[in-house]
Design a protein around this ligand. Structure first.
Ligand SMILES: [Zn+2]
Length: 110
């Protein structure tokens, strides 16, 4: 789960992405994973809880790359006009992690 590196509160990936949508080249970034991740690392996010700013590199890059995949899997999940992400990214990632844990527990994936 994404957390604020300053106050430790849980952050929603859909909220973080909404902060990034303002970038002129955001759409183009979704075509290039390396560009997406490096831009995200250098992007200054603002925590909605403590209002402190932090760099994207403080976030979990494994989750960030999953966010990239989800946004590409669900085209149309971003409303550019209103600057909204309609996809519940945080819930989908939580589900991923749960399934991974389940796989480990039942000994699959060996
Ligand atoms: Zn915070």
């Amino acid at each position: 789960m994404a957390r604020c590196p300053i106050c430790g509160e849980a952050l929603k990936w859909e909220d973080l992405m909404e902060q990034m949508i303002v970038l002129d080249n955001f759409k183009a970034l979704l075509d290039d994973k390396d560009a997406f991740l490096s831009t995200l690392s250098e992007f200054v996010f603002k925590c909605p809880h403590c209002e402190e700013e932090f760099y994207g590199k403080a976030l979990d890059m494994k989750e960030a790359s999953r966010v990239f995949e989800l946004l590409n899997d669900f085209k149309g999940s971003i409303d550019y006009e209103r600057g909204k992400v309609k996809l519940k990214l945080t819930n989908l990632i939580a589900l991923d992690v749960m399934l991974e844990e389940w796989d480990k527990r039942v000994g699959r994936g060996k």
